[in-house]
Design a protein around this ligand. Structure first.
Ligand code: PBG
Length: 327
């Protein structure tokens, strides 16, 4: 055959394929989301997220130890309080679950990097991400509470805060309060492009944070929209966001790519609880190969343009990278 261009030449051996790879992944870009819960002696598996647990503060160190051993150095903490109320007061309580977990974690594992999810939904009795005015989440008073929550996390030792509520102006509100209190160096990772998604179902079971009425569509984004995602990303950068997150990941790779091409800050993608649960369930049925699917999903997100990847499979991925299966 008269053919000079043969793409298969570069696919011949594993060594060569690795040499010419376009996407590189590293365990240092992974963030592991973890649930901490009020109480003692608790290490309970989350039914909808097999292999993921809720840890009380006394049990948490064992989980952190496993992360360190796996080579994962970044953690995102979510808190599950014993008491919820209308205004989510445990979110910004000095002895709240995340605040206590942070102090203990920092004491025992000072070299891990701690990011906290800043939101009210795990702390409100109604499960919405802010204060209610009738049936509607009231934006501006909510921003004040989110800023207060972020500040209390940083005071307890958080290295970075990550607001996930989708209120307008919350990045600015948090930035200003942190700065007024001298925390000018603490970065904000904004869940800027966060869609109202059924993929959060298992998380809401894990955190007991499903809204008791209605849904989150008046604050989280409509999944039909792409340009709106760019608008949210640019707005949050103007308000001082240091990292922009797109969430979920797998069904939103086009959005990750577009945001990554548009902004000049690092882009994170969050492979959420529903993505995790689907992989686990299908693997349990013997219908997919779990490890290969985990690798493909992660590389897909990086290929789409994210530089930081949040996943419940962080430990597994770190292992696969170490083994040279991806990387
Ligand atoms: C809190 C929050 C949620 C997630 C991250 N932060 C739930 C939600 O918005 O309902 C979802 C994470 C996941 O599904 O893994 N607002």
């Amino acid at each position: 055959m008269d053919m000079v261009i043969r793409p298969r030449r570069l696919r011949k051996t594993e060594t060569l394929r690795k040499m010419v790879r376009e996407t590189r992944v590293s365990a240092s870009s992974l963030i592991y989301p973890m649930f901490v819960i009020d109480g003692e002696g608790i290490e309970e598996e989350i039914p909808s997220m097999e292999g993921q647990y809720r840890y009380s503060v006394d049990r948490m160190p064992y989980a952190l130890e496993k992360l360190v051993q796996a080579g994962v150095s970044n953690v995102m903490l979510f808190g599950i309080p014993a008491h919820k109320d209308e205004c989510g007061s445990q979110a910004y309580a000095e002895d709240g679950i995340v605040q206590r977990a942070l102090r203990e974690a920092k004491r025992q594992f000072p070299d891990l990097y701690y990011i906290t999810d800043v939101c009210l939904c795990e702390y409100t009795s109604h499960g919405h991400c802010g204060l209610l005015k009738g049936d509607y989440v009231d934006n501006d008073p909510t921003v004040d509470l989110l800023a207060k929550t972020a500040l209390s996390h940083v005071q307890a030792g958080a290295d970075m805060v990550a607001p996930s509520d989708m209120m307008d102006g919350r990045v600015l509100g948090i930035r200003q309060l942190l700065d007024e209190n001298g925390y000018v160096e603490t970065p904000i990772m904004s869940y800027a492009v966060k869609y109202a998604s059924a993929f959060y179902g298992p998380f809401r079971e894990a955190a007991g944070s499903a809204p008791s009425f209605g849904d989150r569509k008046s604050y989280q984004m409509d999944f039909h929209n792409r340009k709106e995602g760019i608008k949210e990303a640019l707005l949050d950068i103007d308000e001082g966001a240091d990292i922009i997150m797109v969430k979920p990941a797998m069904a939103y790779l086009d959005v990750i790519r577009e945001v990554a091409d548009t902004v000049d800050v690092p882009v994170a993608a969050y492979s959420v609880s529903g993505e995790y649960a689907m992989v686990k369930a299908a693997a349990k049925m013997g219908w997919i190969e779990e490890d290969r699917i985990i690798c493909e999903m992660a590389v897909g997100a990086f290929r789409a343009g994210c530089g930081v990847y949040l996943t419940y499979f962080a430990k597994e991925l770190a292992q696969y990278i170490k083994e040279g299966r991806i990387g």
